[in-house]
Design a protein around this ligand. Sequence first.
Ligand code: TXA
Ligand code: MG
Length: 313
Amino acid sequence: MRATGASIARAAALLRSGGVVAFPTETVYGLGALAFDAAAVARVFEIKGRPEFDPLIVHVLDDAMLAGIASEIDPRARLLIDRFWPGGLTLVLPKHAAVPGLVTAGLPSVAVRCPAHPVARALLAAAGAPIAAPSANPFGALSPTRAEHVEAGLGRSVDLILDGGRSTLGLESTIVALDPHPQLLRPGAVPVEAIEAEIGALSRVAEGPVRAPGGLPVHYAPRTPLRIVDPEGVGLEERGRAGALLFHRNREGYAATRVLSASGDLREAAAAFFDALHSLDALGLERIDAEPPPPHGLGLAMIDRLTRAAARR
Ligand code: TXA
Ligand code: MG
């Protein structure tokens, strides 16, 4: 349903009565329930087919909502909040006792993000409470950057899907934990370099199912087998029944191609990334050849997602 004042009010009313609503954010679409409503949060896990050891991100409108979710904001967290919120950064902070254990999978910490998307903000304001939301895709599948992706993946099990157009950043948030020292749990919409410019070096954690299950080895995967490859090395005879996800230059001979940014711009490429994968995946191709983007900034986040997509079986 197109996001309007009326549909946002209806979505907020559904949330307040225990409903589950999909909504746009600038990173990807989220599948939300009120964070303090454990029964509604349980439905989110059920709809996504998500294991309960994989905690959710809680979305807040402002500092007042943050205060109800995190028990402590250390000075480095404050620096990052001032610099990057609202936006594509998620912080892992000590959890407030009131947050249901289901939201955090029993961890003493909670992941929090303050989205910039006007529809997400209007929904938070209308609901008047924090919203726990994973990406609105079946567990392990490609993340949704359009309402149509949510519809195709989760369809009628969701009470309402707010359509706010295509997500402008197009990659999930960057996740940073600060305790016991600053760590990158997932590269994403905010380039790591920008975060390190504020608080110094982040250690790269070998992500495990509990620390950051976006870190599960197989994740963000299309149904079509995908490999990461330099298309220059792929012979013409090998291209015919495959599709290619290309960073900036098109190639001949593939059954279908998607060029992420003709000018080689990483932000434009990130915004088109999941959209391009969804559309290639819908073509029933034998394989997708993905050309790796350059390994810095948002390129790192895309390489991370491609590596997990390629790990599928
Ligand atoms: O951009 C995004 O982050 C989107 C939008 C909807 O906000 N959400 C999203 O959520 O990508 P999800 O559930 O697909 O990914 C959340 C990641 C998971 O890898 C989860 O393990 C990690 O955050 N996470 C959540 N709570 C955590 C915690 N307390 N400690 C470490 N990792 C946590
Ligand atoms: Mg996800």
